[in-house]
Design a protein around this ligand. Structure first.
Ligand code: CP
Ligand code: NVA
Length: 331
């Protein structure tokens, strides 16, 4: 069956079939080739999109902006400090107004319910640029990066998420791996594992795809023979900073370091959605060092900068894949 995503919102990967997800990865590759060869692709000239950010962003914002410009569109960026959004006007009202002016709306914020509500009311496609629960656009870039490194196919690969396996990125990785038939392993402390109901949903998806979902606190069990080792920061945006002490204690055993990478397959790659605390060159990194004496957190600088790290290819792929998502839903 041909895939047609025109007019659809992109809120979470649970809403998409494996064929639709594979189509978006394929389309991302095509846009990457167009960009690399300098071939113009202003396929959406005359359209306009608006980007609503209630949390900060580098990659997602810039990817939507560059994707929009490359596709020939007008792009508006709004944050709570420069619009009525949040303080004087609800997000829902904001979206209903913007739906009258724009062809598509990106939203990064807190609850998943809110982005779903936006999509129900906006009358135009809404793209989830990260909520507390999911980060779906990141997944298309991540799977593209995995495919680039395993050209023989990604089905059946062992994909390990280390650390805070209850966060938005881990949830989304579990979903995409289950849809595409990878063996997903969440490795962390028991009380930072994904919600049981989402695990159950993903295990059902695995029956179709041939993938699997494993939850473990054993680094050795998780990482032995792994093809991809992925991690994310230990306290996500919107969580209270007081959590740092507790999370450092809980998650330090799950830091990705050279010993962890040594357990993995020889051709294993390291991925991280970024931003990352791998050195002392950030304000928060320096503060944590002063308070807790930790010079690096979820990943060591050695692994982050090492030969198996693909984090900057992954970051670049955000732009190609967001372009594919925007194009597919607005064409
Ligand atoms: N990975 C990611 O979403 O990065 P930003 O927070 O910079 O957008
Ligand atoms: N889990 C992180 C992802 C950032 C891209 C956060 O929500 O802050």
């Amino acid at each position: 069956m041909p895939v047609n995503l025109s007019g659809r919102s992109f809120l979470k990967l649970l809403d998409f079939t494996p064929d639709e997800i594979r189509y978006l990865i394929r389309l991302s590759k095509q846009f990457k080739n167009l960009k690399l060869s300098g071939t113009p692709h202003k396929y959406l000239e005359g359209k306009n999109i608006v980007l609503l950010f209630e949390k900060t962003s580098t990659r997602t914002r810039c990817s939507f902006e560059v994707a929009g410009y490359d596709l020939g569109m007008g792009v508006t960026y709004l944050d709570p400090g420069s619009s009525q959004m949040g303080k004087k006007e609800s997000i829902e009202d904001t979206a209903r107004v913007l739906g009258r002016m724009y062809d598509g709306i990106e939203y990064r914020g807190y609850s998943q319910e809110l982005v779903e509500e936006l999509a129900a009311n906006a009358g135009v496609p809404v793209w989830n640029g990260l909520t507390d629960e999911f980060h779906p656009t990141q997944m298309i870039a991540d799977m593209l990066t995995v495919e680039e490194n395993f050209p023989g196919g990604i089905k059946g690969l062992k994909f390990v998420f280390m650390g805070d396996a209850r966060n938005n990125v881990a949830n989304s990785l579990m979903v995409v791996c289950s849809k595409l038939g990878l063996h997903f392993v969440a490795c962390g402390p028991e009380d930072r594992m994904p919600e049981e109901s989402l695990v159950a949903t993903c295990r059902e998806l695995c029956e179709q795809s041939g993938g699997s979902v494993t939850l473990t606190s054993s680094v050795e069990e998780a990482c032995t023979g792994a093809h991809v080792i992925y991690t994310d920061i230990w306290v996500s945006m919107g969580e209270p900073t007081e959590l740092w002490a507790e999370r450092i204690k809980l998650l330090s055993p799950y830091q990705v370091n050279a010993d962890v990478m040594a357990l993995a397959s020889d051709d294993a790659i390291f991925l991280h959605c970024l931003p990352s605390f791998h050195d002392l060159k950030t304000t928060i990194g320096a503060e944590i060092y002063e308070k807790f004496g930790l010079p690096e957190m979820e990943v060591t600088d050695e692994v982050f900068e090492g030969p198996q790290s693909r984090v900057f290819d992954e970051a670049e792929n955000r732009m190609h894949s967001i372009k594919a998502i925007v194009y597919a839903t607005l064409r």
